[in-house]
Design a protein around this ligand. Structure first.
Ligand code: PEP
Ligand code: MG
Length: 755
């Protein structure tokens, strides 16, 4: 069974569309379980009923015609109960409903399992048999597993219009959006551009062939080129390889010169798909045939076909990508969108970013915020390759992504974009104003920098310094640890740019989700593992290089502060102080006189909350990292889109922690800044003001928004709201209250699209 499950799962993922995916499931299930009937019913959201979408065993012309309300029939019952129903004699059940057009009166036994996606029943998978029997436990488990796999593909097709002839959520405008995580605020309307690499055949999007004959010619030229290369290779290495290895080339050549693969691709191009899309489809079909073979030698040939596909693709791509015109309003849509793909699109064309993986804390999202580009992350059901060239809308406030938006949705968002532009002008107006509340409290606004050097730094000109400079980026983009000189230069640039304002350089925080290709760490639980200060203290040679670079960069400036990530034991501060002293002594011996910088601790691991007085004693300042503190307090992985709805920095438990840290810092007269996402979130900022925090550090694009909030909301009011929030039951309740407050002060445009 496991073998079949793996195979089906592979096939479903490679299927070009939902219809093909359904057919694969139905045929595989019918064969594997030896049942007479296998059918799929899907929810028609507009009508609220279930429609027979595909079947093997029932009358084919009943497909699309048999409908039943959610309260009707056994299918309705499976959906209602949200669990499998296994009956020996279905017609005798009170909920059995007979549809003459299906011809199902012959079948006695019935097993139906719901297809559920994130708590929503999308459909029902049914098997039936003439023989009267209860299905066995392993059969039920098999069907449940397949239904769970099908759920993602169906959810995707519902919103991208892949279920023909069925009214999906088109009528329900809001429901038509794919839901992801808000990655970077803002709204964009544009055309999807799906980047792909030649190594990833599966990621190639389907796209209409503008000139099919030209595509055919390009394809044939690519095939000819690959054949020639293979022939040449085969001859070159003839003397140095075994006959077996040489035979592999001959197998490839046969595949290319035999008619099927090439001919079928050409036909597919002539019926409308562009050459790379047609190639992907044909290769996938051939791969499937080989993978299905029981003979291990033959099933291995599947990988040869894939490899051949990649070779042809890379020849095609060389030509195709050069000719590719990017739309004026490009929205990058990918499984993962990397920083380099982002750089390939000219910035004047790049309007939005959408990725199937990641969260608001991923690098791409943080970069998008720095660049002021709306982004939606972590859309589990996204199938980028279906989306290339299609009109889309990105709502980076709510994490919604619309494919082929209806005219109403598009108009509405167009209006919001216009409002936003006006709103942005309003924000500009406060640029040179002080961050002082209406009742006279002054707040320091710092910028978070570091993910990409120099981006938007000019925007940060009006801020009070750098509250968090993440130093990971130069480490992530190199193929080795950066040297002392390289680091010193980078740090010097930041320190200089903001002197005499303080610049807080955080020591290396790799581990967790930030891994270095040249220093791989294999861990079961990386967020609870060798991360941040734990790793650097274990590698003094890496740590000392960084500390020395920081100290040298500060010479003659004196605005350096050093911040330590992931501290969970008091002893770590003392260890760092020892190393810092050593670095200074070494430098002094080399004739470089340095200043002793302030040393701060990130409050982001819950343990620090319970020893907060001791941390206040031992650190020079504190910086509360609300991103990790939330993750660790709520036990919710900050990058996992499945539990993203549970991750909220405004959870009352997190707020109580922030309040307690603030009180402790005040008691000890220690400086406290908040540098996680909470500080750049207008709702969060009100509460932080209310708790009495006077240092906020945030992404540059949030600075003006937060200044507006500070200038509008009196601290006395903020304090009252903060006290109430801590007593509330849920983050939703807290957000509701703050939404009202923001609207009341005409600041609603900060947290949603529009003015
Ligand atoms: C945090 O954890 O809140 C923080 C600011 O650091 P990072 O996001 O880099 O982990
Ligand atoms: Mg952190």
């Amino acid at each position: 069974m496991l073998d079949i499950l793996h195979r089906v799962s592979r096939e479903v993922n490679a299927a070009p569309g939902l219809r093909e995916a359904l057919q694969i499931i139905i045929n595989r299930v019918a064969d594997a379980m030896a049942v007479d009937v296998c059918s799929v019913y899907l929810l028609d959201a507009a009508q609220g009923d279930f429609v027979l979408r595909d079947t093997r065993g029932l009358n084919a012309d009943a497909v699309g015609r048999v409908r039943m309300a959610a309260t009707e029939g056994l299918v309705g019952l499976v959906a209602e109960r949200e669990e499998p129903i296994n009956l020996k004699n279905a017609p005798s059940h009170s909920r059995f409903r007979y549809f003459p057009e299906t011809g199902e009166e012959r079948y006695s036994s019935f097993l139906g399992v719901p297809i559920i996606h994130y708590r929503t029943v999308l459909g029902v998978l049914v098997v039936q048999q003439t023989e009267q029997r209860r299905f066995e436990e392993n059969e039920v488990a098999f069907l449940v597993t397949l239904a769970a796999q099908l759920a993602g593909a169906i959810a995707h097709a519902r919103v991208s219009g892949g279920i023909d002839g069925i009214e999906t959520d088109r009528a329900v405008e809001d429901g038509r959006a794919l839901r992801g995580l808000a990655g970077a605020p803002g709204v964009a309307i544009g055309t999807a551009v799906v980047p792909y690499t030649q190594a990833d055949l599966n990621a190639i999007p389907d796209r209409a062939a503008v000139d099919p004959e030209a595509e055919v010619a390009a394809f044939e030229a690519a095939v000819e080129q690959v054949s020639a290369e293979l022939r040449e290779l085969s001859e070159q290495i003839a003397s140095s390889v075994t006959t077996d290895e040489r035979m592999l080339f001959d197998v490839y050549l046969h595949m290319l010169e035999g008619d099927t693969l090439v001919q079928e691709t050409v036909e597919r191009i002539r019926s409308g798909n562009w050459a790379p899309g047609a190639l992907r489809q044909i290769i996938a079909e051939h791969v499937r045939v080989f993978e299905d073979m029981d003979d291990p030698y033959l099933s291995e040939r599947a990988s040869d076909i894939r490899d051949l596909g990649r070779r042809i693709l890379s020849r095609l791509r060389d030509e195709g990508e050069r000719a590719r015109d990017l739309p004026e309003q490009a929205v990058l849509v990918g499984q993962e969108v990397s920083a380099s793909q982002l750089a390939e699109v000219p910035s004047e064309k790049l309007q939005g970013i959408v990725a199937a993986t990641g969260s608001r804390n991923s690098h791409v999202a943080i970069l998008a915020r720095a660049l002021g580009i709306p982004a939606v992350m972590g859309i589990d059901d996204l199938r980028p390759r279906d989306l290339d060239g299609r009109p889309v809308v990105v709502d980076g406030y709510s994490g919604r992504f619309y494919v082929d938006p209806s005219p109403t949705v598009e108009q509405e968002y167009q209006r919001l974009i216009t409002d936003e532009a006006e709103f942005a002008e309003g924000l500009e107006a406060v640029r040179d104003e002080p961050a002082v509340s209406p009742d006279g409290r002054s707040v320091a606004l710092y910028a978070n920098t570091g993910l990409i050097t120099d981006i938007n730094l000019s925007l940060a000109a009006g801020c009070d310094g750098i509250g968090l400079h993440r130093t990971e980026f130069p480490f992530l983009i190199r193929d080795r640890f950066p040297g002392e000189e390289e680091q010193a230069e980078l740090y010097r640039r930041v320190l200089e740019q903001f002197a005499p304002h303080p610049v807080t350089l955080r020591t290396l925080d790799v581990g967790g989700d930030k891994s270095l290709a040249y220093f791989p760490i294999e861990e079961e639980n990386p967020f609870l593992g060798w991360r941040g200060i734990r790793l650097t203290l274990d590698h003094p040679e890496i740590f000392l290089t960084q500390l020395r670079a920081m100290l040298r960069a500060d010479v003659g400036l004196g605005n350096l502060q050093i911040l330590l990530p992931m501290v969970s034991r008091l002893g770590e501060i003392a260890d760092v102080r020892r190393l810092l002293l050593r670095a200074r002594q070494e430098l002094a011996e080399e004739g470089v006189e340095t200043r002793s910088p302030s040393l701060g601790v990130m409050i982001e691991v819950p343990a620090t909350l319970y020893q907060i007085d001791r941390y206040c004693d031992q650190a020079d300042f504190l910086s509360l990292g609300s991103n990790d503190l939330t993750q660790y307090l709520l036990a919710v992985d900050r990058n996992n889109s499945r539990v993203a709805s549970l991750y909220d920095e405004l959870h009352p438990a997190v707020l109580a922690a922030v309040r307690d840290v603030t009180r402790a810092a005040r008691r000890h007269g220690k400086r406290l800044t908040v540098c996680g996402g909470m500080a750049g979130d207008p709702a969060g900022a009100i509460l932080l003001m209310g708790f009495g925090i006077d240092g906020f550090s945030m992404s540059v694009s949030s600075l003006m928004r937060i200044k507006w909030v500070v200038r509008r909301v009196p601290v006395t009011r903020a304090a009252e709201l903060a006290n109430r929030a801590v007593e509330m039951d849920s983050p939703e309740e807290v957000r509701r209250m703050l939404r009202h407050t923001l609207e009341e002060y005409e600041l609603g445009g900060l947290i949603r699209a529009g003015k």
